[in-house]
Write a protein that binds this ligand. Structure first.
Ligand code: TGC
Ligand code: FAD
Length: 383
């Protein structure tokens, strides 16, 4: 039986269905066969980068600049199908598309767009997004990294922590404090004074690269500053794009667990009957289905609003909070229902569950999103 109980697929246009099917096929053929080993070895699968670019999945919402120009629902479907494979693969695409290409497109000069967007779309350059610092990611306004004007150049000093793609990036978008407020700087990673060290020993997102960045008197020309934005709204508007994609992505992780769990409970015999004949098991499966369907409808509606240009950050916070919580709860419960097998990476739930421990923290923790919705209701800032 399909787990698409409310036939959400029939809401999709032919083109959206095609995007979803293409990415699903790619994940089945190329991601699922290798991802468990990558996760165990703590390795990002570099060999997937070019095929992902060839499918048009990088900067897919951008019109022109050799990008695919797809709508918001399609971007959501891309995230969902990729995250059915692994959150780390979706993260790679989220960062490149929403956190690097989006700001260059939205806030960059014509020259910056021409120089970087086609390269980033074709994976000839990999990008990373440096906002978080070690003194506290939830409060990016407390930023220590700073840039000072020196003639026609800027000198940047500081460090960034927990940066996805950091040590494989050719281009780092660094958000730094200046005398006029926070600005975005395009820093080529071979610039003297820039270093990136991969963070080892993660128990989450092991098939994704996470790094610490150091900027020691890094000199960049004024032409590398994003001219279109000053202040925290620059990085926060990128986060709105990425959080939208995450709200879809995590549904894929939850579905992957439910699909495997249904198969398992059909064949696991305990007390002379298969596990799925027990009321308690059926209620738990039904509860997963309920949560997946309601989260899917939420993301679909959010996608409609985004395509109509009406999506606002409070809606995005509610969807990111609800859907990541849903997926984390589903994966944890799926892990439990597999018994001891659930602690083995041969089954998908524990990998998805561990990944989602990052997803519920990055792009705004659950508490940050709850407080954002609270502020929307009360008008009072309780951060
Ligand atoms: P506030 O100082 O009031 O606002 C600053 C300005 O920003 C505007 N704004 C937004 N604009 C667009 N989108 C949003 N979501 C926005 N939120 C606020 C706001 O209107 C204001 O504009 P202006 O013109 O008045 O200057 O700041 P705030 O109180 O709204 O923000 C507080 C808070 C806590 C919500 C914010 O700091 C926050 O979201 N903190 C969490 C930080 C975070 O999510 N970091 C993520 C780092 S990147 C990452 O995790 C990548 S993981 C990638 C992967 O691997 O997938
Ligand atoms: P803190 O801000 O220190 O929060 C600690 C705890 O305090 C949390 O539970 C939080 O909810 C709670 N808290 C915070 N404020 C309040 C409050 N006012 N009231 C009540 N509770 C509160 N960042 C980037 O810039 N770029 C990236 O590419 C990137 N990739 C990442 C990849 C991974 C795998 C991870 C784990 C993180 C990544 N991040 C990235 C960083 C991420 O955005 C931050 O970890 C996140 O914003 C939380 O910041 P923090 O870890 O410093 O936690």
């Amino acid at each position: 039986m399909s787990i698409d109980l409310f036939d959400i697929r029939s809401l999709l246009s032919e083109e959206e269905q095609m995007v979803s099917d293409n990415v699903s096929r790619f994940v089945n053929d190329n991601v699922k066969p290798i991802i468990q080993e990558c996760f165990e070895k703590h390795e990002f699968p570099h060999q997937l980068i070019q095929p992902i670019a060839d499918l048009g999945l990088l900067g897919s919402s951008i019109e022109g600049y050799e990008c695919a120009g797809m709508n918001a629902i399609s971007y959501g479907l891309i995230c969902k199908e990729l995250e059915k494979g692994d959150s780390g693969i979706r993260s790679f695409v989220s960062v490149q598309s929403s956190l690097v290409m989006y700001p260059i497109h939205a806030f960059g000069s014509d020259q910056q767009k021409e120089q970087w967007l086609p390269k980033l779309a074709k994976a000839e350059a990999i990008g990373c997004f440096g906002l978080t610092e070690s003194q506290g990611g939830s409060d990016p306004s407390n930023m220590k990294t700073h840039a000072k004007k020196d003639g026609d150049d800027w000198i940047i000093n500081g460090s960034k922590m927990w940066i996805t793609n950091g040590s494989i990036a050719d281009l780092a978008l660094i958000w730094a404090m200046t005398d006029e407020g926070i600005k975005g700087f395009l820093v080529e990673t071979d610039t003297p004074g820039f270093t990136a060290n991969e963070i080892e020993n993660k128990f989450s997102l092991r098939a994704s690269v996470t790094a610490e960045l150091f900027l020691d008197n890094v000199r960049v020309p004024d032409d590398n500053v994003l001219p279109g934005v000053i202040g925290l709204k620059g990085p926060l508007s990128c986060l709105t794009q990425a959080r939208y994609g995450i709200s879809w992505g995590v549904i894929g992780a939850a579905e992957a667990c439910l699909e495997q769990l249904i198969e398992y409970t059909q064949t696991r015999v305990l007390f002379d009957r298969t596990l799925d004949e027990n009321q308690a098991i059926q209620i738990r499966l039904a509860d997963m289905q309920r949560r997946i369907v309601t989260s899917s409808l939420l993301s679909y509606r959010l996608g409609q609003l985004k395509d109509e240009g009406k999506m606002d950050p409070t809606q995005v916070s509610l969807a990111k909070w609800n859907n990541v919580r849903m997926a984390l709860d589903v994966t944890r419960d799926a892990r439990d229902m597999l018994g001891a097998s659930g602690i083995s990476a041969e089954y998908v739930p524990i990998r998805h569950m561990l990944n989602l421990e990052s997803v519920i923290t990055y792009e705004g923790t659950e508490t940050i999103h709850q407080l954002t919705v609270g502020r929307g209701l009360t008008g009072k800032n309780a951060f």
